[in-house]
Design a protein around this ligand. Structure first.
Ligand SMILES: Cc1cc2nc3c(=O)[nH]c(=O)nc-3n(C[C@H](O)[C@H](O)[C@H](O)COP(=O)(O)OP(=O)(O)OC[C@H]3O[C@@H](n4cnc5c(N)ncnc54)[C@H](O)[C@@H]3O)c2cc1C
Ligand SMILES: *[C@@H]1O[C@H](CO)[C@@H](O)[C@H](O)[C@H]1NC(C)=O
Ligand SMILES: *[C@@H]1O[C@H](CO)[C@@H](O)[C@H](O)[C@H]1NC(C)=O
Length: 507
């Protein structure tokens, strides 16, 4: 008699799910009956390479965050994905070492006297947070209060009347410093996905790890990474258009009475699949929707997820980050600059005698607008939080008029010679398969919650034999590399290895 193969089902064909499948297949030589169910009509999840105006762009994951030791970089080099492709791509080689910073109204901010001191102050503060040398301000656990105290201390000790070359008498030195500092904070919002930096847990920052070395994009497209992983799987392993709605499992110590596998998946098309082990890799947003008031979004569990799991899901932060691409038409031969935007922070409120702006609120936390490679006519701007959600709700005309107003306010001479021909933006916040972009450690949570996210179910006490009915992978389950593609990759390796150990396979 041939022993029945253990049936392993992976939910989600993002990089975490595909890495799990890749590893299990490579290490077990068909020992398992392996299936991947993906709700969408494509693989890759938050990795999605697309075309726009003839250029190759990334709608989701963009960077290899540090090439030193990155497993994503290892795949990219092995598979020759960094070689010059036949088309132009989001190369992001336009970053000058001293970028043009323009203040609202259109004057160029002096780099040496103003822009650089504030950006190095900012970098210093965040470096201290990352190395664990930061102390919270007035008992406030958030990053914002800590940063703001740093700015106040800086302003109290720097020379009062340095010749800064403001070039515009509607700005005070303090006002421009505010604007420049806020600009750095906007970058932080995009990097972390935290809408409000008060919600970003300062003491957790020191657990977050980054690889050393350059940050680069992938010439042949980020999607090639997941294509490579998928191509190693036997044909028919991945099923697209299969949305899991409900996961039934056995939380008690009994297994299913009729000896059938312990886990049963219910799909939106009413089909049902039984499995010995299920690895759930959906986003934290989809898990949050599942523990919330049922509105059909998210994944449900029966019995419901135990408290330790649902509380970790509830506490961790999951924000929205979106990218907006603009195709520019211009008569000028001059290349569009890489420009950082210092918005006024002292705008008119309720008729007070402050400044007025025609630029809509949803674009006022955008840190920069830059060509996706030197001389490109495609420009990119990043959005986070409420601003990103609003961007997702606008139509193309509203976006174009908002960006035109911004260019008028910052680069009137360039604006005069160009117009926006078309736009393309991501919608990660409203897409029901993601419901956000990536996770962060909020002040309500701690890095231990990331470990709780990774714990399999049913939970067993130390010394007990694990049963591994439901396992969890995905970026939001990695303690030190959450929010990234390589964190998701590592989580897939971790869960595959957990099952391989369980079956005594491999090393
Ligand atoms: C705008 C943006 C920019 C980013 N930039 C970077 C970057 O520069 N560098 C970096 O390292 N990372 C970046 N990231 C983060 C990175 O993309 C993610 O951390 C990573 O791709 C997550 O992979 P995952 O496998 O954990 O999840 P996902 O990619 O979300 O995979 C989960 C899969 O589950 C599927 N699914 C959802 N619900 C169901 C269901 N009910 N049934 C079946 N399947 C379901 C989804 O469709 C999806 O394919 C960025 C993300 C975004 C959105
Ligand atoms: C402006 O008016 C709104 C609505 O009346 C109020 O909620 C808000 O606090 C006011 N802001 C200031 C700065 O006075
Ligand atoms: C923040 O994170 C740290 C480290 O993970 C944790 O100890 C702390 O409880 C969290 N919350 C606050 C409010 O500091």
């Amino acid at each position: 008699m041939v022993a029945k193969k253990a049936k392993i089902v992976i939910v989600g064909a993002g990089i975490a799910g595909l890495t799990t499948a890749y590893r299990l297949h490579a290490a077990s030589h068909n020992l398992f009956d392996l299936t991947v169910f993906e709700a969408g009509n494509r693989i890759g999840g938050r990795i999605l390479t697309a075309d726009f105006a003839g250029d190759r762009i990334e709608m989701g994951a963009t960077w290899i965050h540090g090439i030193g030791g990155s497993p994503v970089y290892a795949i990219a080099t092995e598979q020759n994905l960094l070689e010059e492709p036949s088309c132009n791509w989001e190369r992001m080689d336009g970053f000058p070492s001293d970028p043009l910073t323009v203040a609202e109204g259109g004057f160029t901010v002096n780099h040496d006297n103003l822009a650089r001191p504030i950006s190095s102050l900012y970098r210093h503060l965040m470096d201290d947070a990352r190395t664990g040398d930061a102390t919270s301000a007035d008992g406030d656990p958030g990053v914002r209060a800590y940063l703001r105290r740093g700015l106040r201390q800086y302003q109290a000790t720097r020379a009062a009347n340095t010749n800064t070359g403001l070039g515009d008498d509607t700005w005070s030195l303090e006002a421009i410093e505010e604007s420049l500092f806020a600009m750095e904070e906007c970058t932080e919002r995009t990097c972390t996905s935290a809408d409000d930096l008060s919600d970003l847990n300062l003491s957790a920052e020191s657990e977050y790890k980054e690889f050393p070395g350059d940050h680069i994009t992938i010439a042949k497209g980020y999607s090639q990474i997941v294509e490579h992983l998928a191509s190693a799987l036997p044909p028919g392993t991945i099923h697209l258009g299969k949305k899991v709605c409900l996961v039934e499992w056995c939380s008690g110590d009994g297994s299913s009475p009729d000896g059938s596998p312990p886990v049963r998946l219910h799909f939106s098309d009413d089909s049902v699949v039984d499995a010995d082990h299920v690895i759930v890799t959906v986003s934290l947003g989809v898990l949050k929707a599942g523990i919330g008031k049922g509105d059909g979004k998210g994944i449900k569990f029966d019995p419901a997820l135990p408290d330790f799991k649902s509380k970790a899901i509830g506490r961790l932060g999951f924000g929205v980050v979106d990218k907006l691409f603009l195709q520019m038409e211009t008569e000028s031969r001059e290349a569009f600059p890489f420009v950082r935007l210092a918005f006024r922070q002292d705008l008119e409120e309720n008729g007070s005698k402050r400044h007025v702006s025609k630029i809509p609120w949803w674009i006022r936390k955008t840190e920069s607008i830059c060509p996706i490679y030197r001389e490109s006519h495609v420009l990119l701007a990043w959005f986070a939080g409420k601003e990103a959600m609003h961007l997702e709700s606008l139509n193309d005309e509203e976006i174009i008029s908002g960006v035109h107003a911004t260019l008028d306010g910052f680069l009137p001479s360039i604006k005069a010679g160009c117009r926006i021909a078309s736009v393309k933006r991501s919608r990660w916040g409203t897409d029901p398969l993601f419901l956000g972009s990536y996770s962060y450690v909020s002040v309500a949570s701690s890095v231990d919650d990331l470990d709780l996210m990774a714990e399999p179910l049913p939970r067993v006490k130390r010394g007990e034999v694990p049963r591994l009915q439901i396992l969890f992978a995905g970026e939001a389950t990695h303690r030190t590399h959450y929010s990234t593609t390589h964190g998701a990759y590592y989580s897939g390796i971790r869960e595959a290895d957990r099952l391989l150990r369980f079956y005594n396979v491999g090393n």
